[in-house]
Ligand binder design. Structure first.
Ligand SMILES: *Cc1c(COP(=O)(O)O)cnc(C)c1O
Ligand code: SF4
Length: 320
């Protein structure tokens, strides 16, 4: 984390890119600043301004252009906090914002404007969150999310797990994390032991968007998790110029499977202010989805979904 690139000039120098040939933001006022670990940068091609991994993290001048329909709260998260730190939108599962921080700052992120007030839930908030979960027996699954829950130290995670294990109606635990993708070293033997030793079955949903992200280090870490009975799924976001081609998405699914991970969701972009240049139009997305169905076994085709505020689940998109 300490050696991650946070300085744009340093990153560009490292990648041998000419600042003057890029469309960079003017000024330095964006609180959602550049952050990308070195291991992830090592997977990028030097000298290529269109590298699909670089495009996900490089601030762009296009972020400042307002676009109709794009705003700071695209999926209604601000309205669905039952108590601070919990999002309970869907039946049976509650999502905990376990950490406000991430190891990487993804430019398309729907939480980029989210007012986390930094840091992680305070112990008092923990008590309120646990009280809320205990009081609602319809909640069968808790999702630790964020930010990124793997930003927490193992001891903190262990505390969460111990507290959650004491809630009798919980049947599953889930973690939503992109951290292993940018920092596979985080998957230590101790973390694997922690996750595979839990009383509740555990699902880890990773966030890999492009096959180049599945490095040997990541693949070796996920295979270990897979062998230790941790169910691994992947959600990707469909991103213009990053993964919006049949070949890229087919290869992604195949490499995920080889790494012990099943494709779960392919999300349409949430329309967050500053991300319009990543949007793939819906008809185009449906066309890609059809192309995947024609090429891959059913279990390697992620569900194409979009999030519509007020719906009772993510909304699947058909092929028509
Ligand atoms: C996406 C999401 C979930 C998880 O939905 P699944 O369809 O079960 O993966 C849960 N809670 C919130 C608030 C979400 O946004
Ligand atoms: S929440 Fe996920 S998508 Fe958003 S910046 Fe953090 S790692 Fe990236």
């Amino acid at each position: 984390m300490k050696t991650a690139f946070t300085d744009l000039d340093e990153l560009l120098a490292f990648l041998e890119l000419d600042k003057n040939r890029l469309n960079l933001p003017i000024g330095n006022s964006d609180p959602f600043s550049l952050r990308v670990p070195r291991g992830f940068v090592a997977l990028m091609k030097p000298g290529d301004p269109n590298d699909p991994l670089l495009l996900q993290v490089l601030p762009s001048g296009r972020e400042a252009i307002a676009q109709p329909g794009f705003n700071n709260n695209p999926v209604g998260d601000l309205e669905s906090q039952s108590v601070p730190g919990i999002l309970h939108k869907y039946h049976g599962r509650a999502l905990i914002l376990a950490s406000g921080a991430c190891a990487v700052h993804c430019r398309y992120c729907f939480r980029r404007h989210y007012p986390y007030h930094g840091g992680t839930a305070s112990p008092r908030q923990w008590q309120d969150i646990l009280g809320y979960l205990k009081a609602d027996p319809s909640i069968r699954e808790v999702i630790l999310s964020g930010g990124d829950p793997l930003m927490l130290q193992d001891e903190r995670l262990a505390e969460w797990f111990a507290n959650l294990a004491g809630i009798p109606h919980l049947q599953r635990l889930r973690l939503h994390t992109r951290l292993p993708v940018v920092l596979p070293e985080r998957i230590t033997p101790h973390l694997i032991e922690l996750l595979s030793g839990l009383a509740l079955p555990t699902v880890v949903v990773l966030h890999v968007n492009h096959p180049n992200e599945l490095s040997p280090a990541l693949t070796s870490a996920t295979r270990k998790m897979h062998r230790n009975n941790i169910t691994l799924l992947n959600q990707a976001v469909l991103l213009k110029d990053v993964n919006d081609s049949r070949e890229t998405l087919t290869t992604l699914s195949e490499k995920l499977f080889a790494a012990g991970i099943l494709p779960y969701y392919l999300h349409l972009l949430d329309r967050v202010q500053g991300s319009a240049h990543f949007e793939v139009p819906e008809p185009e997305a449906r066309k890609l989805y059809r192309a995947l169905l024609a090429k891959l076994p059913g279990y390697l085709v992620p569900k194409l979904v979009k999030e519509i505020t007020g719906q009772t689940s993510k909304t699947p998109l058909g092929i028509s």
